[in-house]
Design a protein around this ligand. Structure first.
Ligand code: ZN
Length: 280
């Protein structure tokens, strides 16, 4: 079978729902305009077939990553990536999947692999108390395990809450604070993905700070100056909730459209980032 994913179940129902959400944890505080997105409810597929890719030395690889979902904005980002035909990775927080609709969004993203990849961003997001979380490494690791199970995450790929540590095959790049957690995650077979460039947001209302054109300039510059963790590969961090309003979803669409104009740029999911431990 040449598909990367073997689907053992099919779409069972279609629900038209609002992506308006009012039950997200601390890191999602502002309100937004609701708009309608069709969520396809699916049973989770049981098996993911990971396939190694051969990098093209004439290309530069872009990993779009969206953190803190499922939340208001996640479905809009997913729809946009699907419409524009680009791959993206979603680092999700187990405790955010509080309603049936939010769990359906998680399943939709999970089952759309290889276009989108569901990854682990912990269960509690450290309750946004990072010092306490990382000073209790066994507890922190259990928090990741809990999210892995509750969201049914396919591969062992995490992003640490509030921290840009990296864990790959035979390498850990981490601050002293998070190193004990990273050592435990590493020994349990996990990879961690940091980021090279961040599309920042205003904490007051989650609106993006940079314009799409400024983001393009940052990406182009990072490649030219080799200012990325791995040459010719760039991980871009953003957050789902930044794009919950229509005008900012349009900003994301513009950013992706401008990136697509560069014939050297290729979009990938983070399971294909170089030098990771093999996927199961
Ligand atoms: Zn986060």
């Amino acid at each position: 079978m040449n598909n990367m994913i073997r689907k053992v179940s099919s779409v069972t129902a279609i629900f038209c729902v609002s992506i308006f959400c009012n039950s997200i944890l601390a890191c999602n505080s502002a309100k937004s305009n609701p708009h309608q997105i069709v969520i396809k409810a699916q049973e989770d597929t049981n098996q993911f077939l990971w396939k190694k890719i051969n990098y093209d030395s004439s290309k530069q690889y872009i990993y779009l990553t969206f953190d803190d979902g499922p939340q208001n904005g996640t479905a809009a980002v997913f729809e946009l990536c699907k419409q524009l035909g680009v791959k993206a990775s979603f680092f999700m927080v187990g405790a955010h999947a509080q309603t049936k609709r939010l769990r359906q969004i998680v399943s939709m993203i999970r089952n759309a692999y290889p276009q989108t990849l569901l990854c682990n961003h912990s269960f509690t997001h450290a309750n946004n108390k990072y010092q306490f979380f990382y000073h209790h490494p066994e507890m922190a690791v259990e928090d990741f395990f809990r999210s892995q199970a509750s969201l049914n995450i396919p591969f062992k790929i995490v992003r640490l809450p509030g921290n840009r540590a990296w864990i790959g095959q035979n390498e850990i790049k981490a601050s002293e604070l998070v190193k004990p957690v990273c050592i435990l995650l590493d020994s349990a077979g996990y990879n961690a993905i940091g980021w090279d460039v961040e599309w920042q947001f205003k904490h007051r209302n989650a609106h993006p700070v940079q314009t799409p054109e400024q983001m393009i300039a940052m990406v182009d510059s990072a490649f030219i100056k080799h200012d990325t963790r791995t040459n010719n590969h760039i991980v871009i961090l953003s957050h789902d909730r930044m794009f919950r309003d229509k005008n900012y979803a349009d900003s994301l669409a513009k950013f992706i459209t401008l990136l697509k104009r560069n014939p050297h740029y290729v979009f990938e999911t983070v399971d294909h980032y170089p030098h990771l431990k093999p996927m199961q």
